[in-house]
Design a protein around this ligand. Structure first.
Ligand code: NAD
Length: 480
């Protein structure tokens, strides 16, 4: 059972101005575990975007007047409704995205948890000064209509913090999921339709052009985007004429550095999990592994063993660790990368290196040893289960090479010496740095990257304030 049967009879619709509406056309959503049609998604045109933005603007004054407490209550009602539909959401997520059902359930749970944690944060006016006859405060005002654009790797967990940041701070949202995985987000729209005033939440499964329309729309104040660097750059350019505020969560090429004193057997399975979870399709997955020369060979052997212990299969199969690649284009890209890597002189593929001979988009998780910079696998983001293991002369050598990248999302150091590891981790040019860990930051911690990995921080108080505009208010001090 792949999930296809359960959803075949369901009509997925947009949520626009409080109503669930059919698309202008439909397009197929493919189940990556089979390569066959899972369900039809509704397409959208520019008129639908205009309707959603107009409804959002009309609803804003009432929503803003409710204040933080009432908006938190509405969001906690959404949390309870998500929990009541958790199994439906999780099975649909596995069916369209491919990940193991256990991980899909975890994504839904973490999404619900993010609502509670983010709405527990408080945004209060800050008193700047009382002097002479003046009182000066810094207050935060909502921005207006937020355009949120997500992609196909963790569609639910990308959508929820964007929705919460927008709504809790008194904004409305137009949320566009990836056309590759629109269904879970559309089901979220069905749930939200019962809870929020019409116009506050709009969920539209438009295709790529729709994202471009959003980033130029004069009625949208901010774009909160997760996706590739290339699309982020396009959004920045097209948002310039209307000076939209931007939060951009973009690509990464995370390095993990393994020092010579590391516990090889304990760390290898954890490194592999942080590299190959969700078939490596995580922005902050380990994508380059630097290992000190002294333990290079035993580490490669342990990584190979840990990789070969993984069970690959459809996300609905019991005990599966790794599901398919999410889509045909990414599958073809990864196969080409495997072929190109295999053709490199002196490179050793110790396990994997090929696609699986079965229906769907399955790649054997792959360890590549004796590879270095100057190859596409090391210099670019693979976004798939192919890990380059790079020999380095020392910790300093590894750190210099890890930082020599246009990306800067996450990074980690693996060692028995926590103090030394901490000092090295703090020198990583990244938005997050770990010691003896990588991936799985709490849902309410600030998230984002440096350099081309993005602009701004999502979630946390920083993420909330990025959905508001600071205003200095200076008034005469009131007597008494
Ligand atoms: P993409 O950039 O092609 O698409 C992402 C979304 O943008 C989709 O909804 C798509 O329809 C939309 N889109 C496409 N063209 C657009 C345009 N011109 N204007 C506006 N929207 C447009 O995504 P991809 O390349 O498939 O995503 C993979 C990348 O996402 C990887 O680099 C990965 O690291 C990154 N990512 C980053 C984070 C993070 O939080 N930093 C999280 C997950 C993934």
């Amino acid at each position: 059972m792949t999930g296809a049967t359960h959803w075949a009879g369901h009509t997925f619709r947009h949520l626009i101005a409080g109503e669930l509406v059919a698309g202008t056309h439909v397009y197929p959503v493919i189940n990556p575990a089979t390569g066959t049609n899972l369900a039809d998604a509704p397409g959208a045109d520019h008129i639908m975007l205009d309707r959603a933005v107009a409804a959002a603007q009309a609803a804003l004054p009432g929503w803003q007047a409710q204040g933080f407490d009432a908006r938190r209550d509405a969001l906690l009602t959404l949390k309870a409704a998500i929990e009541a539909r958790a199994e439906d959401l999780a099975t649909l997520l596995t069916a369209e995205q491919g990940k193991p059902l256990v991980q899909a359930r975890d994504e839904i749970t973490r999404g619900a948890e993010a609502i509670a944690k983010m709405t527990a944060l408080k945004i209060e006016p800050e008193l700047l000064d009382v002097s002479g006859d003046k009182r000066t405060e810094l207050v935060y005002r909502p921005l207006g209509v937020i355009g949120a654009i997500t992609l196909w790797n963790v569609p639910f967990l990308l959508a929820i913090p964007k929705l919460v940041s927008a709504l809790y701070c008194g904004n409305a949202i137009v949320l566009k999921p990836s056309p590759l995985t629109p269904l879970t987000t559309l089901l979220l729209g069905e749930i939200a339709a019962e809870i929020f005033p019409p116009g506050i939440v709009n969920i539209i499964a438009g295709e790529a052009d729709f994202g471009a329309w959003m980033s130029t729309h004069p009625g949208i104040a901010k774009i909160n985007f997760t996706g590739s660097v290339a699309t982020g750059q396009k959004i920045m350019a097209s948002a310039a004429p209307t000076l939209k505020r931007l939060t951009l969560e973009l690509g990464g090429n995370d390095a993990a550095i393994v020092l010579a004193d590391a516990d090889i057997d304990a760390f290898a399975p954890r490194l592999i999990n942080a590299a190959f979870k969700n078939s490596g399709q995580i922005c902050q997955a380990i994508k380059r592994l630097y290992v000190e020369d002294a333990i290079y060979e035993p580490m490669v052997a342990a990584l190979t063993k840990a990789t070969e212990a993984l069970k690959i299969g459809a996300g609905t199969e019991p005990g599966v660790d790794i599901g398919p690649i999410q889509n045909q284009m990414q599958f073809d890209r990864l196969k080409a990368l495997q072929d190109e890597t295999r053709a490199l002189p002196e490179v050793r593929i110790t396990t994997g290196g090929h696609a699986l001979n079965r229906a769907g988009y399955f790649i054997a998780p792959t360890i590549v040893a004796d590879i270095a910079e100057g190859t596409r696998l090391v210099d670019e983001e693979q976004f798939g289960p192919i890990l380059p293991v790079i020999r380095c002369a020392s910790a300093e050598d590894a750190l210099m090479r890890a930082n020599d990248s246009p990306f800067g999302l996450g990074g980690s150091v693996w060692t028995a010496d926590i103090a030394r590891g901490t000092a090295l981790a703090q020198r990583m040019e990244t938005g997050v740095a770990w010691v003896n860990h990588h991936l799985g930051l709490a849902v309410d911690f600030p998230f984002g990257g440096v350099k081309t990995s993005g602009i701004g921080r999502a979630k946390s108080i920083l993420g909330l304030k990025a959905h508001m505009e600071a205003q200095v208010v200076q008034v005469p001090e009131m007597p008494g």
